[in-house]
Design a protein around this ligand. Structure first.
Ligand code: HAM
Length: 453
């Protein structure tokens, strides 16, 4: 068995390679931030802010906190540097960073641990959620973690959640219900009622089994989003369970919330990854209304799970065996290539009467392109074809794949070369979906720049 530091190194490199295929570039955030950054984003009523932060005063009397998670710092940077003005949105970034939480240390739960995370800020389409869940699962499977279950829920948004929270609180405060709750949950009922779903005590579980469910109270927009995420996951072959009790321990989530749990880990810390949408967070942090979505894998937990299943998978090892330029000797975290990944292909769904089929077929195609080593992702959608082509061009994409109504009914895709010469700009073909990957490869070769390594 290679030393642990070498496993960390290999897993981090594998994660960065995968994240690049999905169009994410590396970012580093500060180890500490002003305490407010976490209080506002993660939420004052959460366990993380209430009990787990390492907070201290600096010499100037300012309150600082060691980062307990990665999303807040990324969003703070996005707002502080006005990246909504300068970056092509969605802005896709990934990070491999240490996090700090004051917890009772045990196997799989540490006070300092590594998260491998991604954030996509500025995209509202369900395709982003699906691509991230797929990336998360492919990474875990790629390092050899078995017995995985993807749990998905919708926690609603500002138009349906407040009424639901009032209803839930009313239910939890009924005398006969409150009497069966543990002391902690009685307190949660007041401060943060959704967290009651997280309690592991049998008596509380029995109570919440009778509670009103967010899933039954979703507004049309949230319901449709969840349905599109579900059909997208099916399109890319990711099995999932809808779990209406999944609420996550951070307050910023809206709509999609998900977790990946591993059956071979102790139930108290079997979540190897978690994430979801945070469509209100950028605005909460002082930016313009901008949706976002992300997830983080707990690296130590993931490696424990991979070891339980027989060691880190060779697929990750072989792909990541080389030494990255400037990277430390087999150990710690490699230094990642900071260049923005240029997409080989941007796959564009069109707002049509068959939107769901269009998104699913785009997701399936992007997934197949990545599986054969090409950088590809589905555009956020919701804009005119012209605007989407312009945006793909600005990103430097070489091929755009379009799936509109005609293509959906024909089981086809239109491929358009965005080559820099006039000849290739006229190059547009419609081909059956099963031939698309080969045709894209040919178009990339013909574009003169060839296939990337
Ligand atoms: P989280 O669920 O708090 O989400 O953490 C993500 C993962 O970090 C967990 O699933 C777990 O594997 C790992 N983890 C958490 N605490 C510990 C610990 N004390 N020791 C070892 N591993 C741990 C977040 O942090 C969100 N920022 C994820 C996200 C990104 N959501 C949107 N974007």
């Amino acid at each position: 068995m290679p030393p642990r530091s070498s496993l960390v190194y290999q897993a981090c490199r594998y994660f960065s390679e995968l994240a690049t295929l999905y169009g994410y570039l590396p970012i580093e955030t500060p180890i500490f931030e002003h305490t407010q950054v976490f209080e506002r984003s993660v939420g004052e009523a959460t366990e993380i802010v209430g009990k787990q932060m390492y907070t201290f005063e600096d010499r100037g009397g300012e309150s600082l906190t060691l980062r307990p998670e990665g999303t807040a710092g990324v969003v703070r940077a996005f707002v502080q540097h006005s990246l909504f003005m300068t970056e092509q949105l969605p802005w896709r970034v990934f990070y491999v960073e240490d996090m700090f939480r004051y917890e009772r240390p045990q196997a799989g739960r540490y006070r300092q641990f590594k998260q491998l995370g991604v954030e996509a800020i500025g995209g509202k389409g369900p395709q982003l959620d699906v691509e991230q869940i797929e990336l998360c699962l492919r990474f875990l499977e790629g390092i050899g973690v078995g017995d995985l279950e993807v749990r998905v829920n919708s926690v609603g948004d500002e138009s349906c959640r407040p009424a639901y929270i009032r209803e839930l609180r009313g239910f939890l405060e009924r005398t006969e219900v409150a009497a069966s709750l543990c002391g902690e949950c009685r307190e949660r009922a007041e401060r943060n009622p959704l967290r009651v779903f997280d309690c592991k005590r049998a008596s509380c579980k029995a109570v919440v089994a009778e509670a009103p469910r967010m899933l039954d109270r979703l507004c049309d927009g949230c319901r449709e989003h969840l349905e599109l995420v579900a059909s997208g996951l099916e399109a890319v072959g990711v099995g999932y369970t809808i779990d209406h009790t999944l609420v996550r321990g951070l307050d910023y989530y809206t709509r999609t919330a998900f977790e990946v749990v591993c059956g071979s880990l102790d139930a108290a810390q079997n979540a190897v990854a978690g994430g979801g949408r945070y469509d209100g967070l950028v605005e909460l942090m002082g930016g313009p209304p901008t949706p976002g979505v992300g997830f983080a894998v707990g690296l130590e937990r993931a490696l424990l799970a991979a070891e339980a299943a027989g060691g880190i998978e060779t697929s990750a090892r072989s792909r990541s065996s080389g030494k990255a330029p400037g990277s430390p000797e087999a150990g710690g975290v490699p230094r990642f290539d900071p260049t923005v990944p240029v997409p080989d292909t941007v796959v564009v769904p069109l707002e049509t009467t068959v939107a769901r089929a269009s998104i699913s077929s785009c997701l399936g195609l992007a997934s197949a392109l990545r599986a054969s080593g090409m950088v590809a992702f589905v555009a956020d959608g919701g804009r005119s074809l012209k605007a989407q082509l312009r945006s793909a061009d600005r990103l430097g994409a070489r091929v755009v794949a379009i799936v509109g109504e005609a293509e959906v009914s024909a089981g086809a895709v239109t491929l358009k070369s965005l080559g820099r010469d006039r000849e290739s700009e006229r190059d547009q073909v419609t081909v059956p979906m099963e031939q698309a990957v080969d045709r894209v490869r040919e178009m990339l070769r013909a574009s003169g720049e060839g296939l990337r390594e």
